[in-house]
Design a protein around this ligand. Sequence first.
Ligand code: SF4
Ligand code: SF4
Length: 139
Amino acid sequence: METTLRITSARAGSDFVSRIEKISGQKLLACYQCGKCSAGCPMAAHMDVLPNQIIRMAQLGMKEQLLAARSIWMCVSCLTCNSRCPKDIKIAEVIEALRKAALGGGERNDHLHIMELPSEARSVLPPIATISAMRKLTS
Ligand code: SF4
Ligand code: SF4
């Protein structure tokens, strides 16, 4: 029973990793945790999970923790992290993918059509979620 649970859990995590990699177009396993992304992030002081930790948690398929993290809404998509990464990982796109996953859920989360969300949902969305839907990273 315990083995089955472990396998099921690992499979769920791996599905999440694949989904985030697909949406973001990034290879999460390329990250070797140098920390340069977090060191240059202007929003790091306001984050509960730093950008390099987001990538590590994404590698591990920690879906619930990541989708509940305040950091994915604190990121302002300035792209500083992208420019500092020695492995050319676009961290901002990974965070964007996490925002989409948090908002969209289900299978239809590779893009976001903000006007298709119920008006009640739109009225309580964090502003950055609305803004990110109209950014060039979101299509
Ligand atoms: S894009 Fe987001 S995570 Fe990257 S440096 Fe800017 S605020 Fe930080
Ligand atoms: S800068 Fe790149 S390689 Fe370094 S921790 Fe951040 S994502 Fe990983």
